[in-house]
Design a protein around this ligand. Sequence first.
Ligand SMILES: Cc1cc2nc3c(=O)[nH]c(=O)nc-3n(C[C@H](O)[C@H](O)[C@H](O)COP(=O)(O)O)c2cc1C
Length: 207
Amino acid sequence: MSFVKNLAWRYATKKFDPKKPVAEQDRLAVMEAIRMAPTSFGYQPFHVFEVESKDLREELKKNAWNQPQFTDAPLLFIIAVRSDLVQRIDEFLDIVSDKDPEKRKALKPYEDMMKGPASRANTEQATAWAAKQAYIALGFGLAAAAEMSLDACPMEGFDAKAFEKILGLPENLHVQAALAVGYRAADDEAAKRPKVRFPKSELFSKK
Ligand SMILES: Cc1cc2nc3c(=O)[nH]c(=O)nc-3n(C[C@H](O)[C@H](O)[C@H](O)COP(=O)(O)O)c2cc1C
């Protein structure tokens, strides 16, 4: 199946088969797609938690409208965005420069360009900006899953503050979205629903 055909095949899976695990290479491929997603300036202002613990998943579900994907999907990723952007830029520049002081010095104009807006942003603004980057990564993860004929569900229907408490996140991390991955249950009603999209004529136009 071609990539675009796979996008028509995929749907936001509501009911996963909890007994059908995801192959390790597929798990790694979804993670790699998230990792390789582009971000503004490239400094990936987010962290992804893979939640395996049954107890944690039960707690998350209680704070997510009891959506069964939180407990039944073989894989559950929680994407948290960083609000400490200046710190993240330093971490990024450490990688770019291999921690070589000379190389790092040469990156100063780039550093200033990145840190200017980052240092002026308050927590809310930083989080909103980081969220834009995180959603691209979420999209890449979803697309990669579809490419491998894996079912998935993107989710933001939850109490993010409660999630942060349950996961014990530090102040610089803010839960933004979740991605459940696995295989649809044979009786998932959502699989039967028609795909609803606006037609191209409504969504695109030329100028
Ligand atoms: C950012 C985002 C958050 C979403 N949150 C939820 C959610 O919490 N629970 C859920 O069942 N579906 C959720 N969805 C799935 C959408 O409802 C679904 O993608 C949309 O209706 C289009 O349907 P399709 O993906 O099945 O083609 C979310 C989708 C996105 C992109």
